[in-house]
Write a protein that binds this ligand. Structure first.
Ligand code: GDG
Length: 582
C-alpha cells in the first residue's frame, strides 16, 4: 500500500499545461473511485480530537478486491463541513477527502444535489428548485473532485465516478487527463427527456457524463432516457447503446473547461450530421448494470445465533403478533411511506388483518433533515402514524411501531428475520437494496415481499408481490395476500428471489461493470462510424416522441455482457482487469 499521499485540496499539484489550463501531474493510483461520500465515520479520539475510521459499506466491500490488487484511492466528502481530514490509508485503500464549506454544503449538497437533481430525477414527486447559485456550487465542487482525481490517478488508470452528485466529473477529468479510462454509474433513475429538459443546465450535464467511456444505469429505461437526452438535448447521434461524441472536449460547455463543443449553436440536424462525419471523436456506451448487495455477508449475519435470538426478542416485544409487517427506508418522499401507511390503515379500517394479529414496524432512518421537503414529510408521516395508532390501538397494543432512528446492520438483519411481510413501496427508486437485504436474510425461505414496480429491484425479484403504490386498492390486496400466503407459495417465491440475489451480488455487479469498462476502446482506438451508417440515430422531428427501436431492443443496449463491447470493438483491449497502470 502506498504510504505517502500526494497533497489534497484545491491548491495542490497544479502545473502549466496546454491551452493555459493547469494540468496536474499524474498520481500513483491505478484505480480511483470518486463518490459523494468517503467510506469513513467520524469518531472522537482520547484527546477529544476528531478521528476518522473506515466504515465499509456494500460498495466498498465490492471494490475491496480491486482496490487491494490495483492500489486504489477513494475520493469523497467525509460528511461534515469544514476542513477535511488529511488523506490516510486503510488496509486496502487510500482515502482522500474533499472539503466542503458550510455554504457549499447548503448550495451544492442540500441545494443542487438534493433539492434540484434528486426530485427532478425521481419524476418530480417533489418540485425541484432551480437556482443559479446552486449550479455554480455544483460546478465548483465537481471541478474540485476532478482536479483531485487527476492528481491521484496513475498514467492510464481506471477512474470510476459515482452518481448524480458528480455528473460533471467525467468530462472535467477527461479534459485534464485524456490518458485515463473513465466509468460513471448513476445509482438513481435517469428521468424521461420531458422531465430532464426542465433543467436549465441539461446540456452541460449530458456533456459532463459523456466524458466517460462507459455509463452505467440501473434499468434499461434509465439508459434509454439518457440516450434520448443525448439526441434531443445535445444533438448527438446514437445507435443501440452507443453515443458518438465528436472531438471537441465533452467538458467544453462546463464553465471553465477549455473550448466550445463542435456544433454548439448549430441547428440540431446539422449537428448530428457533423457528428457522424467529423474527423474524430469517441464512442460512449450507456448500458444497464443492476446493483446489488453483499448477499453472503447479509446472509451470514442473519444466521448468527445472537441475531436470530434478537429477532425472537423483537417479536415478543411487539406482543407476539401473528403477522409482523416491516418497512425500512431512509425518510424520503421517494420511498412511498405515506402510500404504504394509507393502505395499511385502510386494511385495518376494513378489519382484513389487524391488531393485535398484525403489527407494522416502520423504520424511517433520518435523512437530509435540513431540506424543507424532508421536514414536511416527517411531519406528515408522524401525523399519519399517530392517527392510525389513535384509531386502532389499545393500551399496550400499537398497530404501527414507528422508529425514526438508525440501527447497526445486526439489528437490521434481526428486523428482517422478525418480519413475515416486507413492504417496499417506492414511487420511484433506482434499485432499492432493502428488498434484496430482506431476501438475503430469509435463509429458511419463509416471508413475503411486497415490491413497487417503480423500483429497479422489481426487474429482478419476480417472486415478489409487485404493486403500483399509487393504486391503494391494489396495494391493500397485495398486503393481505402477502400476510396470508401459504408456506408452500412463500417458499416457491422466496427461493427464486434468493437465487437471483445470491447470483447477482454486489461483487458481480462491480466486476461486470469494470470488465465492460476495460473493454471500451482506449484513447485513439475509436472506430469512426461510417457516414453511410444510416442506423446512427440522430435528433430531429422523427425523434420527437419515440425512441429508436434500436435503443430498446439492441442486445448491446440490454443488460451489459462483458463480451458485447468486445464484439463491437474487435481491436479493444481484452484484459479483464480494470487497472491499467503501466
Ligand atoms: C440509492 C438509490 C439504490 C437504511 N436505514 C439504515 C440502513 N439503511 C441502509 C439499507 C440499505 C440502504 O441504507 C438504503 O439503500 P436503498 O437502495 O434502499 O436506497 P437509497 O439510500 O436511496 O440508495 C437506490 C442505491 O442508491 C444503491 O445504488 O438502490 O435506488 O436511491 O442498504 O440497509 N443501514 C443501517 N441502519 C439504518 O438504520 N445500518
Amino acid at each position: 500500500m502506498n504510504e505517502q499521499a500526494p497533497p489534497t485540496g484545491q491548491e495542490a499539484g497544479a502545473g502549466p499545461a496546454e491551452g493555459g489550463r493547469a494540468q496536474p501531474a499524474a498520481g500513483e493510483y491505478s484505480f480511483v473511485v470518486a463518490a459523494s461520500r468517503l467510506p469513513v465515520d467520524r469518531t472522537e479520539g482520547p484527546d477529544g480530537q476528531p478521528e476518522w475510521r473506515a466504515s465499509p459499506g456494500g460498495l466498498v466491500t465490492a471494490l475491496e478486491p480491486v482496490m487491494r490488487a490495483a492500489g486504489g484511492a477513494w475520493i469523497g466528502w467525509p460528511g461534515s463541513p469544514g476542513d477535511p481530514p488529511e488523506p490516510f490509508d486503510t488496509d486496502d485503500m487510500h482515502l482522500v477527502s474533499i472539503g466542503l464549506s458550510a455554504a457549499e454544503v447548503r448550495d451544492y449538497y442540500e441545494g443542487f444535489c438534493n433539492a434540484t437533481l434528486w426530485p427532478l430525477y425521481h419524476d418530480v414527486i417533489a418540485q425541484p428548485e432551480f437556482h443559479r447559485q446552486w449550479w455554480d456550487a455544483y460546478v465548483r465542487v465537481n471541478r474540485r473532485y476532478a482536479e483531485t482525481v487527476a492528481r491521484q490517478a496513475a498514467p492510464g488508470a481506471t477512474v470510476w465516478v459515482h452518481d448524480y452528485q458528480l455528473q460533471l466529473v467525467p468530462g472535467l477529468v477527461r479534459a485534464l487527463r485524456s490518458d485515463v479510462r473513465i466509468g460513471h454509474f448513476t445509482h438513481i433513475p435517469f428521468p424521461g427527456y420531458e422531465i430532464f429538459a426542465q433543467l436549465p443546465w441539461r446540456r452541460q450535464i449530458v456533456q459532463g457524463l459523456l466524458g466517460a467511456d462507459l455509463l452505467g444505469f440501473q434499468r434499461q429505461g434509465d439508459a434509454t432516457n439518457f440516450l434520448r437526452a443525448c439526441r434531443r438535448g445535445a444533438g448527438l447521434a446514437t445507435v443501440g447503446s452507443r453515443v458518438w461524441v465528436p472531438d471537441a472536449p465533452p467538458g467544453a460547455d462546463i464553465p471553465g473547461a477549455p473550448a466550445t463543443p463542435a456544433g454548439a449553436g448549430t441547428p440540431r440536424r446539422r449537428r448530428s450530421a457533423m457528428a457522424r462525419s467529423s474527423a474524430g471523436g469517441r464512442e460512449v456506451r450507456a448500458a444497464t448494470f443492476p446493483i446489488s448487495i453483499d448477499s453472503k455477508a447479509f446472509g451470514e449475519i442473519a444466521q448468527r445465533p445472537e441475531v436470530q435470538a434478537r429477532a425472537q426478542e423483537i417479536r415478543e416485544a411487539l406482543g407476539k403478533p401473528d403477522i409482523v409487517l416491516l418497512g425500512i427506508d431512509r425518510l424520503d418522499y421517494t420511498k412511498g411511506i405515506l402510500h404504504r401507511l394509507k393502505a395499511y390503515g385502510e386494511v385495518l379500517d376494513e378489519g382484513r388483518i389487524g391488531p393485535p394479529g398484525a403489527v407494522l414496524v416502520q423504520v424511517a432512518s433520518p435523512s437530509r433533515e435540513r431540506v424543507e421537503h424532508y421536514r414536511r414529510l416527517r411531519d406528515e408521516v408522524e401525523t399519519t402514524v399517530g392517527r392510525i395508532n389513535g384509531m386502532h390501538g389499545e393500551v399496550g397494543v400499537a398497530p404501527v411501531h414507528y422508529l425514526h432512528q438508525s440501527y447497526p446492520r445486526e439489528e437490521m438483519a434481526a428486523l428482517y428475520l422478525a418480519a413475515d411481510v416486507m413492504l417496499v413501496t417506492p414511487l420511484r427508486d433506482g434499485m432499492n437494496l432493502v428488498a434484496k437485504e430482506y431476501v438475503a436474510c430469509r435463509h429458511d425461505e419463509t416471508g413475503a415481499l411486497v415490491l413497487s414496480e417503480f423500483t429497479g429491484a422489481a426487474d429482478e425479484l419476480s417472486g415478489a408481490f409487485i404493486v403500483n403504490p399509487h393504486d391503494i386498492e391494489g396495494l391493500k390486496d397485495a398486503i393481505v395476500r402477502a400476510a396470508t400466503i401459504s408456506p408452500a407459495e412463500a417458499r416457491r417465491r422466496m427461493r427464486s428471489m434468493r437465487r437471483r440475489v445470491f447470483e447477482n451480488d454486489v461483487a458481480h455487479w462491480a466486476d461486470t461493470f469494470l470488465r465492460a469498462l476495460e473493454q471500451t476502446p482506449a484513447q485513439g482506438e475509436h472506430a469512426r462510424p461510417s457516414p453511410a451508417a444510416e442506423h446512427w440515430e440522430h435528433s430531429g422531428p422523427a425523434d420527437a416522441g419515440h425512441a429508436h427501436p434500436d435503443a430498446d431492443t439492441s442486445p448491446a443496449a440490454g443488460h451489459a455482457h462483458p463480451d458485447a463491447a468486445a464484439a463491437a470493438h474487435p481491436g479493444a483491449a481484452a484484459s479483464p482487469h480494470p487497472a491499467r497502470a503501466s
